[in-house]
Ligand binder design. Sequence first.
Ligand SMILES: C[C@@H](O)[C@H](N)C(=O)O
Ligand SMILES: C[C@@H](O)[C@H](N)C(=O)O
Lengths: 165, 165
Amino acid sequence: EGILVSGATIQKNLAKIGLIAVDNKPGNAAKIFAHLAGAQVIVNDIIQTEISSEKANISFTVGSADLADAKKAIEEIVRQVQCQDVFVRDDIAEVSVVGVGMRSHCGVADRMFKALAVAEVNIDSITTSEIRISCIVDLDDAEKALVAVCEAFELDKPADERTSP
Amino acid sequence: EGILVSGATIQKNLAKIGLIAVDNKPGNAAKIFAHLAGAQVIVNDIIQTEISSEKANISFTVGSADLADAKKAIEEIVRQVQCQDVFVRDDIAEVSVVGVGMRSHCGVADRMFKALAVAEVNIDSITTSEIRISCIVDLDDAEKALVAVCEAFELDKPADERTSP
Ligand SMILES: C[C@@H](O)[C@H](N)C(=O)O
Ligand SMILES: C[C@@H](O)[C@H](N)C(=O)O
């Protein structure tokens, strides 16, 4: 498959806001992110999953410095989007595996999740793209997670000595 | 910010499987994706959001051709991860906006969601990365969504004649 995982990163100073059970109708995502843009909040990753045809969960990460402004903006908008609950976590870190050809994630995702499972690190949320897989974990587990992932992908060895992916 | 949205894409022939309320404890994501890897299913994007400290939603997309194998593999594993419900959608398309410097999504995400809202296209799920923002929409809305997004980012004009982002 030619998947080459070239590195792993950890990002701290991160916070996550989750909106649980937002009305799943056109315009609600636009309302939330327009309101955040208006509050000059820079959003990192956005994740939405559908819970049913009526409801969806939307969560997003911001730099820790923006958390207070983001929280305030979200509190102002929750009623307009019929959101049932807001979840805020500022004790998180994001561990990512980066590389080319991640498209067929199965080899990479499987190995990353297994490494975190063996290290007893809980995965709070997941996002993937063609070039990376990112997991939000507890801040206390950040180093443990990074070490587990580096070992699983043998990132301490030169690329040509690693077993694929 | 130097955000340059360079293009928009639409991907059909896609299906999405959502696992609702999976036990949020270490090892469960590894079980699910190891089982899919064992069934030779190539997974596109993986999205997980937390619903509470006990439960999480995990969804992933596969090519339409892999849906039957993926469904079978998931049915075999749902009890082991205490998943309450499985959601399958094969009537979807993924519309993406691609470009460099998307990191501070607020300008781009906001504009994309607004374009879809005005076109009355419902967003089923969202994933973002440094280089793209992707929304899953109903298959029937695929063309409408692509046109709305291309107009919002003026993709029919040369890059130097567009208003930022
Ligand atoms: C929940 C939210 O994303 C909604 N489905 C929308 O289209 O805006
Ligand atoms: C839900 C699942 O991702 C679980 N939290 C895990 O770590 O595997």
